[in-house]
Design a protein around this ligand. Structure first.
Ligand SMILES: [Zn+2]
Length: 214
């Protein structure tokens, strides 16, 4: 009973580090933390987010879906040129990703890396599994491709909760935290602006993962 429960939990909770290790905090240097966005780039929402990051002088990391990235190459170039990190969030973000073979996971990662690297002109090693799922096939794929999984320690739940509820979840942000947002959700820019104002008050600096982890 305990065993099957832990398998279930391990398979669905990236922070359990059950099948492979994920980074869920950054080194607690000075006043740094990391804002991350999943599921973009989105032609409507991502530009609004880039504008806010610029306005408040903060850097972030975008875990892009290859399929969306391919259709928004100019946007991908803008993310890169503003000094943010672009990481890999699979090609399809398929609901069946957790059932994919090692070979299929590797294909998804490689295909998306190719798109990212065509823009950044440097090797990408950062991967965030769709749904934060971990299993032996993804573990093997990451090992074979020498990719580093990046998790989070604060999940904003911006896809499901109200603006007020999300803000409650993120308002105690501190040095070393990695926060998960989504740049394909209509609410996120509004929440983000309120949050960035708070970061300025707290004198917290969001850093691009390339800067802090490479
Ligand atoms: Zn996702």
């Amino acid at each position: 009973m305990f065993w099957s429960l832990s398998i279930f939990w391990g398979s669905y909770n990236i922070n359990s580090n059950f099948y492979f290790n994920s980074i869920s905090k950054i080194p607690e240097n000075s006043n740094n933390f990391a804002i991350t966005f999943d599921d973009g780039p989105n032609e409507i929402i991502t530009p609004k987010i880039l504008e806010l990051l610029e306005k408040y002088d903060q850097k972030a990391s975008f875990f892009v879906i290859g399929n969306s990235a391919e259709q928004n190459i100019e946007l991908l170039k803008t993310i890169n040129s503003k000094g943010h990190t672009i990481g890999n969030h699979s090609f399809s973000h398929s609901n069946f990703f957790p059932t994919f073979s090692t070979k299929k996971v590797m294909e998804e990662i490689a295909k998306t890396n190719k798109i990212i690297e065509s823009v950044t002109l440097s090797e990408n090693i950062f991967f965030r599994p769709p749904f934060g799922v971990t299993n032996p096939n993804i573990a093997k794929a990451l090992k074979n491709l020498k990719m580093q999984s990046i998790a989070w320690n604060i999940r904003s739940l911006d896809t499901v909760k109200s603006e007020k509820e999300v803000f409650e979840r993120i308002k105690n942000v501190k040095t070393g935290d990695i926060i998960l947002f989504h740049d394909n959700k209509e609410n996120t820019p509004v929440i983000l602006e309120k949050f960035l104002r708070l970061c300025n008050e707290k004198q917290l600096k969001s850093v691009s993962l390339n800067k802090i982890l490479n």
